[in-house]
Design a protein around this ligand. Structure first.
Ligand code: SF4
Ligand code: SF3
Length: 510
């Protein structure tokens, strides 16, 4: 097996250039190369135009996303299944990874599109789990994957394709929003407990609400409590989950604190999607995975006839001690589109009276780099007449700060998971309509977004497609943007990165 690899798909890539020996995420060269191979054969399958393969394509893309799948057996199985679906036998060339594309601008655009598709696949996968699907989204994913093998496409063609990926990204987030809200109701203002009880417990992390539903059904009346972690926090905002008495609260923070927090949780942990940090031996036997997530020697829960059997988790949880308390108190969230529309009059009055001067979108991902303290400090430094709109795990950098409220409107409005950035876009469009503006960029909204992995690329492309300009993206610009592609983004969309808190407050807030 080749000991070399190349991956620069996430923000934590080595030296903001590329991981070449082992991923900062813990991905080995073996796993990175298997993921490259899986992407290659998935493009080949797409180019072969075989019918009824959309679920395979979605899963293949999803399991190559950062911090999801570290399991060679799982990836080899995906590769073999995919090869079996391609009618003609294909030769797999030696060099199939990112660097196989020699022109750095073409490479940059191809990867930008690929990462947009990976995020799209993740969102589509969750919508599919709730029996929502869209043939146009599937067809776009397949035709685009095939185009990524086409050497005749110019830089302009690929730039247009990147924006189209943004459009279909919006459609996919809208589909997932419909799936989630039709199944579980519209998120509503909710106070979420962050303390613990004294029962044995299961911690569920990731984005898959269907997994949570099944886990809650199966743990009811067993004496086992359920806590959310990371991107599962917004599940508390949905009316349908409020009836479960054993859904206790949210434990811990964003993904990068897992090793410390999972150890202290003491109970069983279920990872439904990324982000999974390679587990420490001390708690590995308590970690289960499902869906696109897998880790060697961690037990995997498969779906059989649309059902997942979580009884092994429940039985193990019963033998384990209750969680160690990390903190106490509550956090507030649930400000997805319908809840904000219900407050629209109040919000509009506050803007008209000058009580709210600006909305600051601070959505995206959290990460382990120290430079991300910027986001905590930025939130703290914002003037008191500003309101933060957030979604994704980026919120953990500031969601426990007491920033107060403006006439009853909390200064941090959490719409939900990263896919709920769609809600933030709907809110912006609604405000545009209420204020009778012809351009979303004339609203008093600024964007200071933190990114980490590929779902954030989908959200970024979606915002660009919606015409949002002057997005600040940090803590660094993606390593996969070549100087020329970065220049296009700066010139056409005003994309910039962060500097110091003081400078950025001046620049963004004035
Ligand atoms: Fe490196 Fe990120 Fe790729 Fe992991 S996913 S190998 S950290 S670039
Ligand atoms: Fe977080 Fe992984 Fe991106 Fe869904 S869970 S936002 S990083």
């Amino acid at each position: 097996m080749d000991s070399k690899m190349f991956c620069f798909q996430c923000q934590e890539t080595q030296g903001n250039k590329g991981c070449t020996v082992k991923g900062i995420c813990g991905k080995t060269a073996e796993i990175a190369n298997l993921q490259d191979k899986l992407i290659y054969v998935t493009k080949k399958l797409s180019a072969a135009k075989v019918a009824n393969v959309s679920k395979e394509i979605t899963l293949n893309l999803f399991c190559t996303i950062t911090n999801a799948n570290f399991d060679a057996e799982f990836l080899n199985d995906r590769i073999n299944k995919t090869l079996n679906l391609i009618p003609e036998k294909i030769e797999i060339p030696e060099n199939i990874g990112v660097l196989a594309t020699e022109n750095e601008d073409v490479r940059s655009l191809r990867e930008l599109i690929t990462y947009g598709l990976k995020g799209m696949a993740a969102y589509l996968y969750h919508a599919n789990a709730l029996c929502y699907d869209d043939e146009q989204i599937n067809a776009f994913m397949q035709s685009t994957l095939a185009k990524l093998l086409d050497d005749t496409l110019s830089g302009d063609d690929l730039t247009a394709l990147a924006l189209e990926t943004g459009k279909v990204g919006v459609d996919t987030m809208a589909l997932l929003d419909k799936a989630n809200t039709s199944t579980y109701g519209n998120p509503e203002l909710t106070k979420v407990n962050i303390g613990v009880r004294k029962n044995p417990a299961i911690l569920i992390s990731g984005h898959d609400l269907k997994d949570l539903e099944q886990l809650l059904e199966q743990t009811e009346n067993t004496g086992v409590d359920v806590y959310t972690n990371g991107e599962m926090l917004p599940a508390h905002y949905y009316p349908a989950f409020k009836k479960y008495k054993n859904l206790v609260g949210n434990y811990g923070n964003a993904w990068h604190l897992q090793q410390k927090e999972f150890e202290k949780f003491n109970g069983v942990i279920l990872l439904t999607t990324n982000c999974l940090v390679p587990p420490k031996e001390s708690y590995k036997s308590r970690v289960f995975t499902t869906g696109a997530v897998a880790y060697p020697n961690c037990k995997y829960i498969s779906e059989v006839d649309g059902k997942k059997d979580f009884s092994p988790l429940i039985e193990l949880a019963k033998t384990l001690p209750p969680p160690t308390e990390l903190e106490t108190g509550e956090i507030i969230g649930g400000f997805a589109h319908e809840q904000v529309f219900a407050l629209a009059d109040k919000v509009v009055d506050a803007v008209k009276s000058g009580a709210i001067k600006k909305f600051v979108v601070m959505a995206g991902c959290d990460g382990r780099q120290k430079s991300r303290e910027y986001y905590t400090n930025f939130a703290k430094a914002l003037p008191k007449d500003t309101v933060i709109l957030t979604a994704g795990c980026a919120k953990y950098k500031f969601n426990k700060l007491d920033l107060g409220d403006i006439g009853g409107i909390p200064r941090i409005l959490d719409a939900g998971q990263c896919n709920d950035s769609y809600s933030l876009a709907l809110i912006a469009l609604k405000l545009k309509e209420v204020f009778g503006l012809d351009d979303v960029n004339k609203l008093p909204i600024v964007y200071n977004i933190s990114w980490f992995e590929q779902k954030a690329c989908t959200v970024l492309l979606a915002l660009l497609y919606l015409g949002v300009k002057n997005i600040h993206l940090g803590p660094t610009l993606p390593a996969f943007l070549s100087p020329n592609v970065a220049k296009v983004l700066v010139e056409n969309f005003g994309i910039g990165t962060i500097s110091t808190v003081d400078e950025d407050i001046k620049k963004l807030i004035g």
